[in-house]
Design a protein around this ligand. Sequence first.
Ligand code: GLV
Ligand code: GLV
Length: 321
Amino acid sequence: MGEKVLVARQLPNKFIQQIEQFAEVDVWDSELEPMPREQFLKRAADATIVITTLSEKIDETFFESAPKIKGVVNLAVGYDNIDIDLAHNKGVIVTNTPEVLTETTAELGFTLMLTAARRIVEAVEYVENGEWKSWGPYLLAGKDVHGSTVGIYGMGAIGEAFARRLKGFNCKVIYHNRSKKEKAEKELNVEYRNMDELLAESDFVVCTAPLTSETKGIFNKETFKKMKDSAILINIGRGGHVVESDLIEAIKQKEILGAALDVVENEPIAMDHPFLGMKQVIVVPHIGSSSINTRDHMVQLCVDNAKQIIAGSEPVTPVKK
Ligand code: GLV
Ligand code: GLV
């Protein structure tokens, strides 16, 4: 066959067996420990395809180490771990996993919003700590989501799926995006705002944007000051969207109320990170698309993309220039 697929994370056998039908397979044998960089580079040396996760940085060093590479197949919709221009300049195909994870990721964002609004993490801890003495008039009183104004930063597929869910909660939905989305405005009754307006009007600000040089650090000291002091930030984009020291300070100074984060700047989070000691901040371990069904769909899409690239055909979901 002569084609080798390096799979940087352990995946269910049913998928590995499919790859074995069209290529030699080399699979890293851990689901939760990323491949050490040297191992990855060494084992990529004779690979034609790598199936990567966000843990693998695809940069100049990678391309130098992997001279036979034809395709980088990323098990994620985001691909900020990959130097796309460099890959394209080298004629290497890059694929991601859009669409299949849209609804599941929006759902996690929605879960985070409700969880933060109704202080569910604190409430569970309260019960488990034996603090529950009686019904209290304002016991763990939180924020209503229904009837609130929700500002979506990044109106792509996930932003739209989020907006659709808000309809049932009778929310006012505003958004900010690089380009205006006329179709979403009509279909979902969402209104465009410039960034300052979005920040000023929103009770919940939800980040669903991809991480780029334009969006990096967009939630910072200046932007937190423009938000309501009762606002909650939900981040299902990338940790790099938020300047974490500024978020900590903004919450301490009561410039905003709190945050619920699926992503942080450095994952996994350090156990001495200040977020972990703040009851106004909820952190979950980057599980946005993690339902069994959706992860199956994402992995299958990677297998299909790898197969197409090896066959010399157009992959199912290429990242375009
Ligand atoms: C996960 O964050 C993804 O980009 O799919
Ligand atoms: C609370 O349980 C209520 O009945 O208001």
